[in-house]
Design a protein around this ligand. Sequence first.
Ligand code: PRP
Ligand code: URA
Length: 227
Amino acid sequence: MASLPAHIGAAPGNLPPNVCQLPRTGQLAALLTGLRNKETSRGAFVFYADRVNRLLVEEGLNHLPVLEKTVTTPTGLEYQGVDFEGKICGVSIMRAGESMEAGLRECCRAVRIGKILIQRDEETAQAKLFYAKLPDDIANRYCLLLDPMLATGGSAIKAIEVLLDHGVPQERIIFLNLVSCPEGLKAMYDAYPQVKIVTAWVDEALNEHKYIVPGLGDFGDRYFTSS
Ligand code: PRP
Ligand code: URA
């Protein structure tokens, strides 16, 4: 395994127990470096983000429970294996969370996807809910909640409130996230300790504008609209 420079090689400890970080491999660190680089073009940013999103979805699926399932193989033998216990769906926090839908679809064909439009006020960083459209039977599904950035935690917490209002228990929500920070992770744990968080990278902190540092800027702008 390639070794990383000491200042990024060790993932932070002392995080809430509901947090799972992707292993800090050379590949992941290189993809994040590409995302953080302000010289990265939108096309390259999309490519790097999609790569990390795929890793996140794969890890998120590892947290879903399985049940024993016996099948018969072409050799006529019975094989005692497993299958996922329940149905799943994706829920993206618009706009940036929509960038993670393709990675989910690559792993879960024809997966149902709900949308929650939440926008952070640019001055106050307060999250505001505008719209939610979710699968009718969402209360019976495991939910992979998608948003690449976790800063104050306000947007993700509001999205979880919506899911709870629709009957989804905390234990069935897995939040998939690309870059987080200790402040947002703590806020999420304080509000909803049973929600599992799978994050690719935990950054250092928030700055005075409630942006993640070192961070990568405004994810939604860089993925969808920058030149
Ligand atoms: C960004 C990001 C998160 C939120 C994180 O979205 O995608 O949803 O900010 O910040 P928080 O943890 O402090 O709430 P934004 O509202 O800027 O909208 P966008 O997805 O359209 O870029
Ligand atoms: N939203 C982003 O896109 N980036 C941040 O650093 C914080 C919120």
